[in-house]
Design a protein around this ligand. Structure first.
Ligand code: MCN
Ligand code: SMO
Length: 789
């Protein structure tokens, strides 16, 4: 029986985090440390004619100013992410076309979005660097700006990258079933356009980098607020021509990442270069304006959808033509759009499916992943499709859901598609009808419908919105763990994941504690540091619990086996007679015969103190790299109950219900916290958040006055329900959960708002459902109603 897995063990990291003792990059100082300030493009598209740096260079306290010509030949551009290369089977199935867009570290001849790096000032401190940066003058020749991907695709549009015709960075087409026949035989065809706007992730901690170079050892050390230290190391190695063994990247405490910090940025590369060139530690802390402007944005998808339906509500086909606005470059290329396609049909059985997606360049900040990475977009589209089907046919939305849902006995369910790792997309486990029922019971659906009618008579507009999702979690290729029993009997666990709020120090200690029969307090978990393990991937795609968690479990099992072998030799007891309890290994038959973990470690040392038999390997450690066969599918149902104020257009969330399945729950408190946090972000996207540019590519939402994120006042306490259906793809049956909460609020809230205003036939197919948008739609339909009477 596991003692710690499945329990809400208090987070080990929280004392440090909540008492101001955490160590963020901004907290760090090194001797002789310089600081930098970047000069960024003030235009969205322009030729750089001249950069005047003299005045800045002459300033007291300024060490140097670098522009593209200073680093030419020494720093290579950032490549398109190698990790997202497409497996051959997908190439055969979806015929992708990809135009690589390597990203310049400092803009050379042309800038292609506002905020792009042009120069960097290195100075004694940030104050001087900022003042000097203000003295740098740049002569630009402005060029035609593209802010609309559909304009970008026009023949006469200028090219953002000279080698990319029509500004289509990447595209694919997939089709399964017989879509044409399904549309021919359909009772009805509906069509709609869905818009998911561009958003900014807004973690509490912005980005930050500190780089230091040790000349004697030719070794570069970097602390970065990143989700992917190993990837940063790899890119530094490529761009700066330094072997990986001579680079150490550390993600210290990181105050949230949410996706965009899973990218490697030009700032990281240039700071590495500066540290090496000037032999002086150098630091940069991103400010909030830089964050909102330059840290990768996300979403920004436009879907034109056609749906074939039958009179009973069965959906027989979906055709989707959609565009993702890549901005100046989308380093993940097809990841988000392919995720969208694979996740769109969700818990539903829709046999005929045809999707064409294009990633189109514009003069905006590069587009990347944000919590959910393509799934919130897909789920919004699907949730809205279901809503449209239900209103068109005048059938209750729950009936439409039930009509199309995949039955429990149909699991495992082959979707007919391939996941982005090249494996068949087969939902491995789950019970969707049960999940739906549980959520409906929690909200008391039948009763709600009655109450809704009564309240409507009193002039109150209450609505309910349902959303459902599946998510492929725990993607490979691998993650590793090293478990070591040290000479004091304490256990160290090194993992390749890189947490930034998820609580890995706690959950991996729980897993290891159960395997070794010790307490989590006897275990220290270390993560986010490339010196811990030779190989690592990072924390994104709700993968760590599944992949790193399983690696910890298996490494601990391997260590225990080693300890049994040593104990068997030292106690002269057969291995099968041994039992492990509370940090001691006993003989079952003669319980007085035992040896403590500490003694085992002491005796397994090299040298004359060792008591190991001659042929036995010294040391008490074991490591394991877990390579999952493919992803495992989590699922969930969200129900929002909202009230809409017709005078102001403001939506109040009255209740928010989540029922989800993430397989074996390691720590229920953390899982609930992950869900609550995800829902908060999803609510932001549903109701408030939208990155806006004007026609000249200037950012209009560069502060939190203009870019609205919800506060605790707008976020209700989520009512949680769980299903715990084990995954067959890893030993413990875990599925990921980190993104789940953020996937469904978009559709749940849009559907709820439409339901609340059903008599006005409003349709919120474009997010956010802001008070302004609600009000505008109400005025429009009111006017229509009035002019018809
Ligand atoms: N967990 C569990 N039982 C399960 C599944 C997960 O107890 N069956 C726990 C895990 O052990 C882990 C947490 O829940 O402590 C999240 O696990 P997992 O789903 O594996 O996700 P990752 O740890 O890989 O985290 C990545 C995920 C992503 S992709 C985004 S985006 C996101 C998210 O995590 N960013 C976050 N949650 C975040 N939470 C915080 N505080 N900050 C972020 O930036
Ligand atoms: S968007 Mo999460 O870092 O995969």
């Amino acid at each position: 029986m596991p003692k710690y897995v499945g329990k809400s063990y208090k987070r080990k990291e929280d004392h440090r985090l909540l008492t101001g003792k955490a160590n963020f990059v901004a907290d760090m100082k090194l001797l002789n440390m310089a600081e930098v300030c970047f000069v960024r493009s003030t235009y969205a598209h322009a030729k750089i004619k001249n950069i005047h740096t003299k005045a800045a260079e002459a300033m007291d306290g300024v060490f140097a100013v670098l522009t593209a010509k200073d680093i030419e030949g020494e720093v290579k551009p950032l490549p398109t992410m190698r990790e997202f290369d497409i497996p051959q089977v997908l190439i055969d199935k979806i015929n992708p076309r990809i135009n690589p867009c390597p990203e310049e570290i400092l803009a050379k001849e042309r800038v292609i979005y506002t905020g792009q790096l042009i120069a960097v000032v290195i100075a004694k401190n940030r104050y001087i660097a900022e003042d000097a940066a203000a003295l740098i003058k740049i002569d630009y020749e402005t060029l035609q700006v593209l802010t609309d991907p559909y304009e970008s695709m026009k023949k006469e549009a200028p090219r953002i990258h000279p080698h990319i015709e029509g500004n289509v960075q990447a595209e694919f087409h997939l089709e399964i079933g017989d879509v044409e026949t399904a549309f021919k035989n359909a009772d009805h065809t509906l069509s709609a356009r869905f818009t998911i706007p561009r958003v900014a992730s807004s973690p509490m901690e912005t980005r930050g980098v500190l780089a230091s170079f040790n000349q004697q050892e030719n070794r570069l050390e970097m602390w970065s607020a990143t989700q992917v230290p190993y990837m940063v190391r790899n890119y530094l190695s490529k761009s700066l021509n330094l072997t990986e063994s001579n680079i150490r990247v550390i993600a210290p405490d990181v105050g949230g990442g949410f996706g965009p910090k899973a990218n490697v940025y030009p700032e990281e590369i240039i700071l590495g270069y500066i540290a090496m060139k000037y032999r002086r530690p150098v630091k940069w802390i991103e400010d909030r304006i830089e964050h909102l402007q330059c840290t990768r944005h996300a979403r920004d998808q436009y879907h034109d959808v056609k749906v074939a339906i039958m009179n009973d509500g069965t959906i027989t086909a979906i055709q989707d033509r959609f565009v993702l606005d890549s901005g100046a470059n989308n380093p993940q290329v097809l990841v988000n759009v392919y995720n969208t396609a694979v996740h769109m049909r969700g818990v539903f059985k829709i046999e005929n499916f045809d999707v064409e997606a294009k990633c189109v360049l514009t003069n905006k900040t590069p587009n990347f992943a944000y919590r959910g990475a393509g799934r919130p977009e897909a789920v919004f589209v699907m949730d809205r499709i279901l809503y449209h089907v239900s209103t068109y046919l005048n059938i209750d939305p729950v009936e439409v859901l039930k009509k199309n849902i995949i039955k429990a006995e149909e699991m495992p369910y082959d979707t007919g598609l391939y996941y982005r790792d090249g494996a068949k997309a087969i939902y491995d486990s789950g019970n969707y009808p049960e999940g739906l029922k549980k959520a409906l019971d929690m909200v008391n659906y039948e009763n709600f419908r009655k109450e809704q009618k009564l309240l409507k008579k009193k002039g109150r507009n209450i609505g309910i919105g349902i959303s459902s999702y599946i998510e492929g979690t725990g993607i490979g290729p691998y993650e590793g763990a090293l478990v070591r029993l040290d000479l004091t009997g304490h256990i160290m666990v090194n993992v390749g994941s890189s947490p930034h709020g998820q609580g890995h120090e706690t959950v991996f200690a729980q897993i290891c504690a159960d395997e070794l029969s010790v307490t989590p307090e006897q275990i220290t978990v270390r993560a986010g540091d490339t010196s811990l393990l030779p190989y690592g991937v990072g924390t994104f795609a709700s993968r760590s619990a599944v992949v790193a968690g399983t690696a910890v479990q298996i490494a601990a099992q391997k260590l225990l086996d080693k300890l049994y072998t040593i104990a068997s030799a030292l106690l002269v007891v057969d291995k099968t007679d041994l039992i492990n309890r509370d940090g001691k290994i006993y003989s079952r038959s003669i319980p007085e015969k035992y040896i403590t973990f500490q003694e085992l470690a002491q005796n397994a040392k090299p040298g004359f103190q060792s008591r190991l038999p001659r042929n036995m390997e010294i040391g008490t450690e074991a490591s394991h790299y877990f390579v999952p066969p493919t992803v495992t599918y989590s699922s969930g149902f969200h129900i929002a109950v909202v009230e809409v104020d017709k005078e102001t257009g403001f939506i109040e969330i009255l209740r928010y219900i989540v029922v989800h399945d993430c397989g074996k729950v390691i720590n229920p408190m953390i899982v609930d916290g992950q869900t609550q946090g995800g829902v908060a972000q999803g609510i932001g996207e549903a109701m408030y958040e939208e990155v806006k540019y004007d026609r000249s590519g200037q950012l209009l939402t560069g502060t939190f006055m203009d870019y609205l994120i919800p506060t605790s006042k707008e976020i209700p306490e989520v009512e949680m329900g769980h299903q715990e259906i084990l995954s067959p793809l890893n030993n413990a049956g875990i599925k990921g959960v980190g993104e789940g909460g953020a996937i469904s609020p978009l559709g749940a809230i849009a559907n709820a708002a439409c339901d609340a205003l059903s008599e006005y036939k409003v349709s919120f197919d474009e997010l956010p459902v802001s008070p302004n948008r609600v009000f505008q739609q109400l005025m429009k339909t009111k006017r229509l109603i009035e002019s018809n009477t």
